[in-house]
Design a protein around this ligand. Structure first.
Ligand code: MG
Length: 382
């Protein structure tokens, strides 16, 4: 099994683990990109010797060009650089591990270039899921999920010839650091509290989304798009131990679960090797040392972000793009100590009432909805 991969967002948590997997499996790396973490990009470029390195930030790219002058590696910049990395002729697979809406255009470009997409960028499917899935189907491109829950579902669906046999998808949620807390207690949550996730180590934005449960709401929408399931056929179950990564229930009431250690290198590797499996980069799970497995109902009333996402999931058009843009802006404000923890949901809800939803058939409409939602959030505090 050999692969030649381009990694968009190579310096983040998923990106660095993707490069670990590539090293372990002997996959070639054709391109790496980041926003402006040039120390890490330089180190990765020297180790993996890609054909192309791209920094989204122009100043960072200029500096990197000087630093990598002795290597002969080409350095690109901006959105053009990301798109070039996503469409590089020598690569067969693109891992989209960039955070946020910025991942949308490079993902579409990679689909048009007929790359396998190992999708780790949630926003792509949340904001423009219908558009992206339709384009992939039309181009005959495989989109394989990297997110642990969607990978688990994907694994449990292998061998299922007729999706009509699926009764429901069951998405597990760790519940985040504040599971069981009241709204009064959540009022005083600080950035430091929210950045401590019990089971997974991830980037700041997704860790906050995990604490508000917006992450689970986004994953619910992603699952709808990836597997063409209506919202009533998807259930969220709080499973604190993060050992079962999600489940599929079939019409005969059989439930298949995917169980492994909480190690992202497994879903990353599977997205690259599917339909095959290869020796593991991920750590083994010792069943004898597993804690007791528990299952509880989520609380979308206390964790309003989850409630909002579940409501948006039922609506079509740009609603989910507005929700996502507002959430990205609100989380950014929270990370800069400008607003409180509960304000995140309030600001998202406010943006949804201010910005009118439109049809999401055009990419422009999605991008406009995203901008308008961010503005609605930022204008509230300035
Ligand atoms: Mg996840």
């Amino acid at each position: 099994m050999s692969r030649i991969i381009s990694v968009l967002g190579s310096t983040g948590s998923i990106g660095t683990q993707t490069l670990d997997v590539a090293a372990q499996c002997g996959f070639q790396v054709a391109a790496i990109t980041a926003n402006r973490s040039i120390d890490k990009l330089e180190e990765q470029a020297r180790r993996f010797r890609p054909e192309l390195v791209a920094a989204y930030d122009e100043t960072a790219a200029a500096e990197l060009r000087i630093r990598l002058a002795d290597t002969g590696i080409r350095v690109a910049s901006g959105m053009e650089g990301l798109i070039e990395a996503a469409t590089l002729p020598s690569a067969d697979t693109v891992v989209t591990a960039v955070m946020g809406m910025i991942g949308l255009r490079p993902t579409l470009a990679a689909i048009d270039a007929h790359k396998r997409i190992a999708l780790a960028n949630k926003e792509t499917l949340v904001c423009a899921g219908e558009l992206v899935m339709a384009r992939a189907a039309q181009e005959g491109v495989e989109i394989v999920p990297v997110d642990s829950e969607h990978s688990a579902i994907f694994q449990c669906l292998q061998g299922c010839a007729d999706r009509g046999e699926v009764k429901r998808l069951i998405l597990t949620a760790s519940g985040g650091p504040f599971f069981g807390w009241s709204r009064e207690r959540l009022q005083n949550v600080t950035k430091e509290d929210a950045l401590k996730h019990p089971n997974w180590s991830m980037g700041a934005k997704i860790t906050i989304d995990s604490a508000t449960l917006m992450n689970k709401g986004m994953e619910f929408i992603e699952a709808m798009r990836l597997y063409h399931m209506p919202p009533e056929k998807i259930q969220i179950v709080v499973h604190r131990q993060s050992i079962i990564h999600s489940l599929v229930e079939y019409c005969d009431n059989a439930i298949l679960a995917q169980i492994s250690s909480a190690d992202m290198r497994l879903p990353i590797q599977y997205a690259l090797t599917w339909p095959r499996r290869t020796n593991a980069a991920a750590t083994e799970l010792d069943l004898f040392s597993c804690p007791e497995l528990t299952f509880q109902r989520p609380d979308p009333d206390t964790f309003r972000c989850l409630g909002i996402a579940l409501e948006c999931a039922k609506k079509s058009g740009t609603t989910c793009a507005i929700m996502n843009g507002a959430n990205e802006a609100a989380v950014n404000l929270f990370l800069h100590d400008k607003i409180g923890f509960l304000d995140i949901a309030d600001l998202v809800e406010r943006a949804l009432t201010i910005v009118p939803a439109q049809s999401a058939e055009r990419l422009d409409a999605v991008l406009e909805a995203d901008c308008a939602a961010r503005e609605a959030v930022y204008s509230h505090i300035s």
